[in-house]
Design a protein around this ligand. Structure first.
Ligand code: NAP
Length: 243
């Protein structure tokens, strides 16, 4: 019997990248997944590949009403016991290059989206008996990240929001932890040139980028009962990049 048998996990921004790998591993371990994203074609294709244990729903994480629809769709698959606040954007600009609109766009998607998601799943997780929320931050939420002030602001915010929510939700049987990936080979890094990426990789003590599979295994650990006494923790998965 898999660790996720009889449980549903909602993954935002799950059409591709890290979220998609997490969905595959959860279904392989007997669970159901409700995938949401704004990338409809990729999301529908992934849900079709995963079969009846998965469903895709178009949802922009900044839309509050859409969160209620996502939670209902997740509960239709089974008791909602996991949320991965994974959706995010990374448009790196320095302090002097960043305008208010770009700053606010990061805040709305990366930070407000996470807040709305945590709030939306609480009643469903209480109905399910317990729950685990994993907020995907970054090493940019553990130290200064060059040329990405708006992204950094939101990823530091997720770290603090995780700890505040962990305290608020512990009495309700819901754990909240943050994951801080270093450079992970997904589409997100393609916004930087190969040369820029090579420079960043050389700064990683392990001298390589991580894979979506490596992050997904950590996320599944935090979602599962294997981490039953962990809440409010911040876990770096970065080849030593934040040291
Ligand atoms: P990814 O493939 O770009 O996945 C992020 C997904 O979120 C994309 O499908 C993206 O769609 C979607 N998204 C963007 N805005 C959204 C919105 N408003 N509502 C719903 N979905 C939205 O990159 P990834 O590496 O898997 O990223 C997953 C998480 O890891 C993100 O939170 C990211 O910040 C974090 N992270 C990544 C790295 C890395 O090196 N890759 C490092 C540290 C942390 P669009 O493409 O249309 O925007």
């Amino acid at each position: 019997m898999g660790r996720f048998q009889g449980s549903t996990v909602l993954i935002s921004g799950g059409a591709r990248g890290q979220g998609a790998v997490e969905a595959r591993l959860i279904v392989a371990e007997g669970g159901c997944v409700l995938l949401t994203d704004i990338l409809d074609a990729e999301g529908e294709a992934l849900a079709a590949e995963l079969g009846p244990a998965a469903r895709f729903l178009h949802h922009d994480v900044t839309e509050e009403a859409g969160w209620a629809r996502a939670v209902s769709a997740a509960e239709a698959l089974g008791p909602l016991r996991g949320l991965v606040n994974n959706a995010g954007i990374y448009i790196p600009k320095t302090l002097m290059e960043t305008d208010a609109a770009l700053f606010e766009r990061h805040t709305r998607i990366n930070q407000l989206g996470c807040f709305l998601g945590m709030q939306a799943v609480v009643p469903a997780m209480e109905r399910a008996g317990h729950g685990s929320i994993v907020n995907i931050s970054s090493t940019a939420g553990l130290r200064g990240s060059p040329g990405a002030i708006a992204y950094s602001a939101t990823k530091w915010a997720l770290r603090g929001m995780t700890k505040a929510a962990a305290i608020d939700l512990a009495p309700r049987g819901i754990r909240v932890n943050s994951v801080h990936p270093g450079p992970i080979d997904t589409e997100m890094l393609k916004i930087r040139t190969p040369e820029e990426n090579a420079v960043r990789t050389r700064l990683v003590p392990m001298q390589r980028n991580g894979t979506a599979e490596e992050v997904a295994k950590l996320v599944l650990f935090l979602l599962s009962e294997d981490s039953s006494y962990m809440t409010g923790a911040e876990l770096a998965i970065d080849g030593g990049a934040s040291l």
